[in-house]
Design a protein around this ligand. Structure first.
Ligand code: NAD
Length: 479
């Protein structure tokens, strides 16, 4: 089926089409979209710019009411949205449904922020005088998202942007345009005025670049790889455009001798192989203390062996790689791991299925050294490295010995170990007795080191900071 860009509420098309195929059945075309060019992107930016003053002047609780209605529509359509997500991105139906419901919750949370966004009042040095801050929307913002959470990441950027009074040009990843469009249409159906949210699909180099470098765009919120985030940072610098860049991860799950082994195994399975390992917070390194190494490895491999790889619509418990390129990256890294001398104890191969798709087996390497490439670089697939250690201190050193710092977990029943970990780990999200994946909307999210610009956090009430600016008001009321 053929779709469109959406600018000022109008469906915009052209003659340059691309198609997205189901990664679990490459015979099936899920959607065809017209590729936006620079002219179309500029048109979207103009539309957002024209819509700004009215939207900024709309009371924040009214903006929030539109978001509440959008959340209701998502709930009503949860099953259909989940099925579309599975066909377009490949994750299992249970994973898609979880993401749809999470998107609903994110939008509800920010809808309520429409009545909570606050500044502060402060005591003045002067008599008959007051000081207060006033929060105003930033302006037109560009929102650029990756493919791995086709609905939740757009939701956790769009919802705070809209409730704060910004207008938006939104570019989803070209692998998942249909879920992006579905979300944009829901906001419009919920009552969003035309031009407030504009949707353009196309390549990062063309559409993304045109958004990042346009001086009318006052902020860029991006989630994706470090390489692209770095490029955006450079390109936004001449205009000093505000950026919020959330990037890759190589997240450690530490298992200590005193921890609950069955819990550790469950967390390694869900955080390592959930979403086919295609989560920025995926636990791709499991760092295990030697006292429990054998037991952990045996139970982890046994449980991973039971994962059913296949088409997410047909009851598989792990879906395919998102496309041929990611599939090749996974296999290339598996080869690298073997050459580096890590021990391949599970998987490492393509999985055959009744439909043509990019299926890869859950893969585990043991006896991995911390300096191997498979333990240092983000693979973004179902490939987990087990790294043996003697002590907690060694585990934390290894966990910190990489360029990224997004999410990190420890499995322990020792309070002192837990606090040592909390204090010393270099990561923006720190979890005790939980896996590295899974977020709640009310607490801020973002990484350290190369995982983030470390400027503005996403989610939680702090998310509003990126999309707003403060005026400091000095008010005298002399008698
Ligand atoms: P990507 O960096 O290739 O693309 C992300 C988005 O940027 C896409 O929409 C793409 O079209 C666009 N883009 C590409 N080149 C551009 C350019 N020159 N200018 C502007 N935009 C451009 O990432 P991906 O492959 O879609 O997603 C996977 C990556 O995202 C992984 O590294 C993963 O860790 C990361 N990720 C991070 C988080 C987080 O919150 N930290 C969450 C999810 C995914």
């Amino acid at each position: 089926m053929k779709f469109y860009n959406l600018i000022a509420g109008e469906k915009i098309s052209n003659s340059d089409w691309f198609e997205r195929r189901n990664p679990a059945n490459t015979d099936e075309v899920v959607a065809e979209f017209p590729k936006a060019d620079i002219k179309t992107t500029n048109q979207a930016i103009e539309a957002a710019s024209d819509a700004f003053s009215n939207w900024a002047a709309t009371p924040a609780p009214t903006r929030g009411d539109i978001l509440f209605r959008a959340a209701e529509l998502i709930e009503q359509r949860a099953d259909a949205l989940a099925e579309t997500m599975t066909r377009e991105e490949g994750k299992t139906l249970a994973e898609s449904r979880g993401e749809v419901i999470r998107s609903r919750d994110i939008i509800r949370y920010f809808a309520a922020e429409g009545r909570r966004m606050s500044g502060e009042t402060l005591p003045s040095d002067r008599k008959d005088s007051m000081l207060f801050t006033r929060r105003e929307p930033l302006g037109v913002v560009g929102i650029i998202t990756p493919w791995n959470f086709p609905m939740a990441i757009p939701a956790w950027k769009l919802a705070p942007a809209l409730v704060a009074g910004c207008t938006v040009v939104f570019k989803p990843a070209s692998l998942v345009p249909l879920m992006g469009l579905r979300l944009v249409e829901i906001f419009h159906e919920a009552g969003l005025p035309k031009g407030v949210l504009n949707f353009v699909v196309g390549s990062g180099a063309t559409v993304g670049d045109a958004i990042v470098t346009n001086p009318k765009v006052k902020g860029i919120s991006f989630t994706g790889s470090h390489a692209v985030g770095h490029e955006i940072h450079q390109k936004a610098a001449p205009e000093m455009t505000r950026t919020q860049l959330e990037m890759g991860g190589k997240n450690p799950l530490i298992v200590l001798n005193d921890g609950d082994i069955n819990l550790a195994v469950n967390m390694a399975i869900s955080a390592g192989f959930g979403l086919t390992g295609q989560a920025c917070t995926a636990a791709s390194r499991v760092i295990v203390q030697r006292g429990v190494l054998d037991e952990f490895t045996e139970k982890f491999a046994a449980k991973a062996r039971a994962i059913a790889v296949g088409n997410g619509v047909k009851g598989a418990t792990m879906g395919p790689a998102v496309d041929a390129s990611q599939f090749k990256t996974d296999l290339d890294y598996i080869e690298i791991g073997k050459q580096e001398g890590a021990q391949l104890i599970l998987g490492g191969t393509q999985v055959k299925s009744d439909t043509p798709g990019h299926f890869i087996a859950p893969t585990i390497f043991s006896q991995v050294r911390a300096d191997m490439r498979i333990a240092q670089e983000e693979i973004f697939g179902p490939v987990v490295s087990i790294i043996p250690v003697d002590t907690l201190e060694e585990a934390v050193n290894i966990a910190n010995g990489i360029e990224y710092g997004l999410s990190a977990s420890v499995i322990t029943n020792n309070l002192r170990s837990a606090f040592y970990f909390i204090e010393n780990i270099q990561a923006g999200v720190v979890k005790i007795n939980q896996g590295t994946t899974g977020l709640q909307v009310q607490i801020p999210f973002g990484g350290f080191k190369k995982s983030s610009t470390n400027t503005f956090r996403e989610q939680g009430k702090l998310a509003i900071d990126f999309y707003s600016r403060l005026k400091s008001v000095y008010l005298d009321y002399p008698s």
